[in-house]
Design a binder for this molecule. Sequence first.
Ligand code: 4NP
Length: 156
Amino acid sequence: MIRVLFLCLGNICRSPLAEAAFRAHVEARGHTDRFVIDSAATSGHHAGEPPNPGSIRVARAHGLDISAQRSRKLVAADLRQFDFIVPMDRSNQRALIDLPAHRRPLVREFDPECLGTLDVPDPWGGGPEGFEEVWAILVRSVPGLLEHIQHNGKQV
Ligand code: 4NP
């Protein structure tokens, strides 16, 4: 079993979409049984809350229902139990400094259209186009992320 956790600040906007996009990609390849996929927050501010309406809406527009997800804060046990923890930006990545680099790649390291920042922009408080942009980044990034995980799966 390969355990993959997506991480952002609130676990209500970006990481719930990353969890959904990665799960859909894995499922489309018939690998669902090999993975445990989850998401978490570096902050506890939104613990217990469902995803932001903008994230629920963009997922639904792409055929996925994320409304049952609930925000939770990253705990120390996650660092041991997940083989890969994938932060949405470099600020989130700081919580993972104790992990070997191959176990904490930024999701945008795998975005073939990433020209500038390696951060997924935070759409919180903005309009629907921000959530669409996050979704587009994630859809472009998850194939490369899955390859990275498959190539590094035995080194954890
Ligand atoms: P997320 O977005 O990290 O993608 O879930 C945010 C959610 C909440 C806040 C900031 C970003 N906040 O400041 O409460």
